[in-house]
Ligand binder design. Structure first.
Ligand SMILES: NC(=O)c1ccc[n+]([C@@H]2O[C@H](COP(=O)([O-])OP(=O)(O)OC[C@H]3O[C@@H](n4cnc5c(N)ncnc54)[C@H](O)[C@@H]3O)[C@@H](O)[C@H]2O)c1
Length: 340
């Protein structure tokens, strides 16, 4: 029974991936700071939880580990701009250090879930494949690219390294994110009848369902190593490549109420079309499209089992945590508040 170490395991993708790994028969060592809580992972005899910071990983975290999926990150553009140093330290430095520790410990495979956002802005006639020159526009995208460049040279005949450039993810996951495009559109449309669309809607963005990207990660743990070692794969599908305006109309049509579309924000400078021939050439296919994600989210909202809590907006939640820390530091004495 192989053991998979998953960093950032209690995040949006991790809380979908971990149950799928357990279901597939793996042991899982989940490492996370649990910024978004501990309750989004299941209790399971083959799941080990470790509260640790990815910037402080040690050789013992890798003992008995066969493969690593290194999800940990400050996970979006606005958070990356607010916490630039932490974003480089976590998304880049800590992941390269993790890959080095994994290699030294005899781990067989290391998967880096990176992002298609490193393509940044591309001319409208360009469909990016994995060899297309990148154009990372944000701290988040730049840190991902540096992580890719740091881990790929570690690949050799004993240590298999795979980089996945994931499209923007959507769909329900236990650590829910309503700051992702399709999820945010769905919530706004369902709750208020107003769907927020980042202007001006002509920008291209590839998408992938959270279960599909988790399946791609498991696929890479099991694929023929010579076919994947030292390689980069875009993760998504042409069926899920959308211009945001037409996508908003599809989301609005899938939500069971009258919906108006309203622009928000400044002009979005990111626009990229992506091709997925390489991963499809290995036999992997996305199984879902936007409407599948919309419907499963609406179903849970209707049932009252899902809500847009503060934790579901990544940047807002990090700011909230920092606000509490500041407040507590102002009033505590000798580390104590009320009881001393
Ligand atoms: N969600 C997307 O659309 C998307 C798209 C492309 C790539 N990705 C990449 O996939 C990965 C996972 O994204 P996500 O959407 O699950 O993000 P997320 O924010 O939901 O999860 C990140 C997790 O990492 C944890 N974490 C953060 N800093 C930590 C640290 N220093 N030490 C330990 N734990 C820490 C957080 O507590 C959180 O549970 C990221 O690398 C992200 O860049 C995501």
């Amino acid at each position: 029974m192989e053991r998979i170490l998953v960093t950032g395991a209690a995040g949006y993708i991790g809380t979908t991936l971990v149950p799928m790994l357990l279901e597939a028969g793996y042991r899982v060592r989940a490492i996370d700071r649990f910024f978004f809580g501990e309750n989004n992972l299941p209790d399971h005899p083959r799941l080990e939880r470790i509260k640790a910071d990815s910037r402080r990983l040690a050789p013992e975290h890798f003992s008995g580990v066969d493969h690593v999926v290194d999800l940990v990150a400050i996970s979006n553009d606005p958070s990356g701009e607010l916490f630039q140093k932490a974003t480089y330290d976590i998304n880049f430095e800590s992941r390269v250090a993790c890959a080095r520790l994994a290699k030294a410990a005899g781990v067989k495979r290391y998967v880096l879930p990176s992002s298609c956002s490193i393509y940044g802005f591309q001319a409208p006639d360009v469909v990016c494949n994995e060899a297309t020159p990148t154009n990372p526009l944000t701290t988040y995208a730049k840190a991902n690219e540096k992580a890719e460049q740091g881990v790929l040279p570690l690949a050799d005949e004993r240590f298999c390294v795979v980089v996945l450039r994931q499209a923007t993810v959507y769909g329900y996951s236990p650590r829910m994110r309503f700051d992702l495009a399709i999820n945010g559109m769905t919530y706004g449309a369902w709750k208020t009848g107003v769907l927020p669309l980042m202007r001006d809607g002509s920008q291209w963005r590839p998408m992938v369902h959270v279960q599909d990207t988790a399946r791609a990660q498991i696929f890479m743990l099991q694929a023929d190593r010579d076919a994947v070692n030292g390689r980069i794969f875009n993760v998504g599908s042409s069926e899920n490549s959308y211009q945001l305006g037409p996508l908003a109309e599809r989301v609005a049509a899938a939500v069971p109420r009258k919906v108006a579309i309203e622009w928000y924000g400044d002009a979005d400078h990111r626009s990229y079309q992506v091709g997925f021939d390489r991963i499809q050439g290995l036999g992997w296919r996305a199984e879902r499209v936007a409407e599948d994600g919309v419907l499963e989210i609406v179903e849970r909202l209707e049932a009252g089992t899902l809500d847009k809590t503060k934790e579901t907006i990544t940047l807002g939640w990090y700011q909230e945590l920092i606000g509490w820390q500041k407040k507590i530091r102002e009033i505590e004495i000798d580390g104590c508040l009320i009881d001393m």
